[in-house]
Design a protein around this ligand. Structure first.
Ligand code: PMV
Length: 312
């Protein structure tokens, strides 16, 4: 029996969220400890059966609306392949990436689903093509996404990303340790992105200045990754977090986690992703990572992941 599986990792934004929507650069890295896995096998009955227990889906593709994330991803594959109908199949989706928390769960589902579908259909596609298709799906749910999630997840590499520009990978010279902590607060990215846009439209001058300051931090961080200056990366994370606070996308829980990370010896910390919930990150010496993680739990984190970012 024909059976295909594909995985896509989570991701975390190191620097530059929100400003990246306005053409400033951002740096993001894949996080392989969490992932979405899609398995496709023959369906002895007619049609496409979708089974995604985590989001309470166990139904026929035909019965779901076109704006459903999974349906949109399948439709991208159909139109790319020029196929009006796909063969009968059963698609099972499992994920260890928490939803709406800044780890790229939506893009990971799209990427893993599309990869497994193309593979099941025996068609070759490039990472760039997968990324472009996943971007179309992101637009349904995120409004005006920058495209950073689909890019880092489809390429599975650290990226220095500028919206609409050809992909550049981030040059990392020395491994470093990141602790990711989930505030447990679900915060859909579309809400914070729309809110920031509204404020920017009402008051462009100060917001442009904040975006520009974030852009400068990202350039500096790129250089620090290139030279292995981890201490400076920590300082830049703290400054980036202050600027995100000024954009009003932090919240009490995230500020408390950032404080707890710094108090327990992290070199720097910031919220990551859309904000007002979701995840924060801290950079620490590897020998301090467990201490920082324990302190984050005490400060209310619902989960932490310690990950090493390797040279790429
Ligand atoms: O919440 P996440 O991880 O999907 O990240 C959102 C990042 C933003 O810059 C706020 C939006 C975007 O599309 O880049």
């Amino acid at each position: 029996m024909n059976r295909i599986s594909s995985r896509a990792p989570g991701k975390i934004i190191l620097f530059g969220e929100h400003a990246v929507v306005y053409q400033y650069p951002a740096i993001a890295v894949p996080v392989t400890q969490v992932y979405t896995e899609v398995t496709i096998e023959e369906n002895i009955e007619e049609g496409i059966f979708l089974y995604a227990p985590a989001i309470s889906i166990a139904t026929q593709y035909d019965l779901l609306p076109a704006e459903n994330h999974l349906v949109a991803a399948i439709n991208e594959v159909k139109s790319f392949s020029g196929m009006s109908q796909l063969p009968a199949m059963k698609i099972s989706i499992t994920s260890t990436i928490p939803v709406a928390s800044g780890l790229g769960s939506g893009a990971a589902v799209s990427v893993a689903l599309m990869r497994s579908l193309f593979s099941y259909l025996g068609k070759e596609v490039s990472d760039q093509e997968i990324s472009n298709m996943a971007f179309q799906v992101e637009k349904i749910h995120h409004g005006t996404p920058s495209g950073i999630d689909n890019t880092v997840i489809a390429f599975e590499r650290s990226v220095f990303f500028i919206k609409g520009q050809p992909i550049e990978f981030a040059d990392i010279i020395e491994p470093f340790t990141i602790i990711i902590a989930d505030s447990g607060i679900k915060s859909p990215t579309i809400n914070t992105v729309m809110d920031v846009r509204k404020r920017w439209q009402e008051n462009p001058v100060p917001y442009n200045a904040i975006f520009s300051d974030i852009g400068a931090i990202v350039q500096d961080a790129r250089e620090s990754l290139r030279t292995g200056n981890l201490e400076n990366l920590g300082i830049l994370m703290n400054t980036n977090h202050s600027l995100l606070q000024r954009l009003d996308v932090s919240c009490e829980a995230l500020d408390c986690l950032v404080g707890a990370a710094l108090d327990s010896g992290a070199m720097g910390a910031k919220l990551s992703g859309g904000g007002r919930g979701g995840n924060m990150i801290a950079i620490a010496q590897p020998e301090n990572a467990d201490r920082v993680s324990a302190s984050l739990y005490r400060a209310g984190a619902k989960n932490t992941v310690i990950t090493t970012i390797y040279p790429a």
